[in-house]
Design a protein around this ligand. Structure first.
Ligand SMILES: [Cu+2]
Length: 484
């Protein structure tokens, strides 16, 4: 956790250098709230407030400071190009707000009048749509339908009352395919003004936007025409191991607000606990409609609030359950080589193709411990190290860290969990009887596969015959990650 004020100052200075060409004069800016900018990807401490609500913690993000102008809460968003660290070792050239992608989280109280100044420093026009809000039609931010687009260099003003409490999002409704593929989005939280029958106070309140990018290894700018074949599955424009852990005290009531602005659904899964969905972008769910889950699908354009009591100590995986979404970019044209004896193959092919490398003979786990030469500005496909070895994860994965001694209100990483002696899975050292395959008629274990040719391997003879087809057809034809 870093000092916010210092970061803001440093961020402002950096942004001034990185994004020249500000169209506003100094005099014009004086009438607007100072645009606060933050460019680093550390999780910021919750914004200090007067105690009227418990602020959220945006994972690898921050909440936007405001100015009170009479009874009106004023914010200033600046749509602009940003440089985002996706994880240590890779940065992306994105578009965002106030120095970051996603933009800062906006936090208000139910019933407040809110005024948002939006300055456009992009090379093309934009708007902001306030996803899920009740507001006057002219404030809905749909370019061409409810307002003309905001031209480059101009500042427009939105103003409405935050009428209902809940978890919302904001994003452009102008050249959407480009602007959302480039990272323009943010979270909006409206806290209840008083105790709401369907909203419980919580001890920790986290906020995550699911997004996705298609950035070729070695390049910096997303391909914006991609519809499904993204290769970086991100939370708040970060991938594991760049996503901070969720650090909580044992017994804390925890809320995680998750919005999905990717082009596919994400089944979000938490280990070791059951949660309920306490709200959507439609508002708090009635208590009678809640049931325990360990996975909830967050559809495209949806928001889900997960809530649970963190009563089991440990390091618990928290991830999207689509296994391709917990991996980073790679060449997905790779053939499945499981079961193929590749001994000697690399040398023979290497004579034809320098730098050729065989992989995946025993599954892809070999990759987790492998140090492959990578192009500049990309990440290993399966990476991260835990206390017991390689984690073999990337993308939409992080860790929920539950500790009895995590101080209240302290969000710092407590390090890895030390399991009580004798409570971890371990190697069996007793007798191991053979496997009786009985009725299968095959009798005994199949012999190890021998390689013949490259495509199919015949192993054993007669009743033990087992044919393994190892080259899977049709890659790229069913929503994979490859670039056709
Ligand atoms: Cu997913």
């Amino acid at each position: 956790m870093t000092n916010r004020r210092r970061d803001f100052l440093r961020g402002s200075a950096l942004a001034g250098v990185a994004v020249p060409g500000l169209a506003l004069t100094r005099a014009a800016l004086a009438a607007l709230p100072e645009p606060v900018v933050r460019t680093d990807a550390a999780t910021a401490a919750p914004i200090p407030v007067d105690g009227s609500f418990r602020p959220v913690v945006t994972l690898n993000g921050w909440s936007l400071p405001w100015r009170m102008n009479g009874e009106v809460k004023e914010f200033h968003l600046v749509a602009e190009p940003v440089v985002r660290e996706i994880a240590p070792g890779m940065t992306a050239h994105l578009w965002g707000y106030n120095g970051s992608s996603p933009g800062p989280t906006i936090e208000v109280r139910e019933g407040e009048r809110v005024r948002i100044f939006v300055t456009n420093r992009l090379p093309e026009h934009t708007t902001i749509h306030w996803h899920g809000q009740r507001l006057p039609n002219g404030m809905d931010g749909v370019g061409g339908l409810t307002q003309p687009q905001i031209p480059p260099g101009k500042t427009w003003v939105y103003e409405f009352v935050a009428r209902r409490p809940g978890s919302f999002m904001y994003h452009p409704h102008a050249d959407e395919m480009t602007q959302m593929a480039m990272g323009m989005m943010g979270s909006w939280i409206t806290h209840p003004v008083r105790r709401h029958p369907d909203i419980d106070p919580v001890d920790r309140d986290f906020c995550i936007l699911l997004n996705a990018y298609d950035i070729d290894p070695g390049s910096f700018t997303p391909r914006i025409a991609t519809m499904l074949d993204f290769n970086l599955w991100t939370w708040n424009s970060r991938v594991f191991p760049g996503i901070d852990s969720l650090n909580v005290r044992r017994g804390d009531r925890v809320r995680i607000r998750i919005g999905n602005l990717t082009m596919t659904n994400h089944p979000m899964h938490i280990h070791g606990h059951e949660f309920v969905v306490s709200g959507t972008d439609g508002g708090p769910t009635p208590r009678a409609s809640r049931w325990p889950e360990v996975t909830v699908d967050v559809g495209v354009g949806q928001m889900r609030q997960l809530e649970f009591v963190a009563d089991e100590e440990g390091d618990w995986a928290f991830h999207c359950h689509k296994s391709h979404h917990t991996m980073n970019a790679m060449g997905h044209e790779v053939a499945t080589m499981i079961g193929v004896d590749q001994r000697g193959l690399a040398g023979r092919i290497g004579a034809l193709i320098p730098d050729y490398m065989v992989m995946g003979e025993r599954g892809m786990a070999d990759m987790g411990g492998m140090h492959m030469p990578l192009p500049r500005n990309t990440l290993p496909m399966m990476t991260g190290r835990g206390p017991h070895g390689p984690l073999e994860m990337g993308g939409m994965f992080t860790v929920l860290k539950v500790r009895r001694d995590q101080p209240p209100g302290d969000y710092r990483d407590p390090g890895w969990y030390v399991q009580p002696p004798g409570s971890r899975a371990a190697e069996w050292r007793g007798d191991a009887p053979g496997i009786d395959r009985g009725a299968s008629g095959r009798g005994g274990s199949p012999a190890p596969a021998a390689t013949r040719g490259g495509a199919a391997a015949g192993a054993g003879t007669g009743a033990q015959s087992l044919e393994i087809r190892v080259r899977k057809p049709g890659h790229g034809g069913h929503g994979g990650h490859g670039h056709p």
